[in-house]
Design a protein around this ligand. Sequence first.
Ligand code: C2E
Ligand code: MG
Ligand code: MG
Length: 417
Amino acid sequence: RVDGQEKQVELASKPVLWDERQHASQLTMWEPVRGADRLQQVATGIRVDVAEAVVIVDTNSRIQSFNESAERLYGWREAEVIGQELDVVIPWFGNDADRDTAQRRLREEGRWHGRAAQRRRDGGVVHVLASTTLLTDGSGQPAGAISVNRPIGDDVASAADPAGMPALGDDLRRGLANDELVVVYQPIVRLDDATPVGVEALVRWDHPTRGLLLPGEFIEVAERTGLIDQLGALVVELACRQVQQWRAAGIDLYLSVNVSARQLADVCLPARLADILQRTGLNPEQLWIEITETALVEDLEQARTGLHQIDELGVHVSIDDFGTGWASLTYLHEFPVHALKIDQVFVDGLGRRPCDEAIVKSIIGLARELGLDVVAEGIETLDQRALLYQLGCEKGQGYLFGVPVPAAELVLMAHRS
Ligand code: C2E
Ligand code: MG
Ligand code: MG
């Protein structure tokens, strides 16, 4: 704190959307609620994992601290910058009237956000969406300010990602432009007779030099660089078209697609889904989106609004990886939710860990009480299938029934069964 006392806080950075559909992050701080190593984790995460340049200044606008993204974006060297006045290090580019407005807003409202052009250490210019918030100490006295600056335009790829990442961000943009992103499908079957009733669409990146990449290797980068919107829309569109083709061939399957936290936080998601449904002619009732509990709590307000709009379209909502997130169960009556997907970690423990069996049992019971569908994930053995069915779970997916495959291979399988 500015008064010299140390205060432990937890920080969260969540994606938010500003005017003109610009992505940014909002930082929230609160008293730590869990143990010290959790705090350490969060602090380390902010330091290396946040795309935005975070700069903290004292009441005299002298730089107190900044993160690695700021170091990269501005080309700073720590010793030169700490203790310097922000205006000297990053002089205001642009006209005086704008600067006066920004300063007045900050003074009067405690917050300012807008576009700014800023100078790098090497003299180059970066364009950012800047968000500055005044900080106060415990008694309400001014304590400094925190600026969260997100590079926009061409500066994004070069500055936003941690070491090693710029290449991947650029590469993903190129991959998207070159149609390297493909969709594979995993059947979702009835557990009694293994009839496929639906498919989950899973994205893959058919990389020219690195081979076939799994989502774990690029979704995070897509989220951080904002490319997830384009990627997500592409997956939904390709998958809807595919399901329509199956339908034309006499195979009726519902489609389940994954929607990440950042996509859910995007105010345009419902409209985009509506547009794709309209263009592909897929019956909205046939489309399910899978979201995780963690995505729900990232931006509760937007999740609530967005999910109700999506529900109004007739699209269904499943909770993916149910039971592994952070959300309290109250969301189950606050949000339109139609199904729970039992995470594979619980299925994996069936017959081996009594605790997992208890969890699976209670998820199925909960779903039944609330009138929700339930789908088990990661079923690999006949025993797991039998036990799940016996416990009252009617649908599932997993390597036992089929690994995720390109559409052409799945059609054969659906025909065969
Ligand atoms: P998820 O939605 O929970 O998907 C299930 C993951 O488990 C998939 O991994 C799938 O290949 C794998 N899996 C399926 N059956 C089995 C099994 O029997 N045993 C085991 N051990 N694993 C099984 P994948 O394809 O690597 O996807 C990982 C995650 O990436 C997905 O988890 C989902 O959260 C995310 N993801 C995938 N595609 C997309 C996408 O298009 N958009 C977004 N936003 N996220 C996606
Ligand atoms: Mg999923
Ligand atoms: Mg899952």
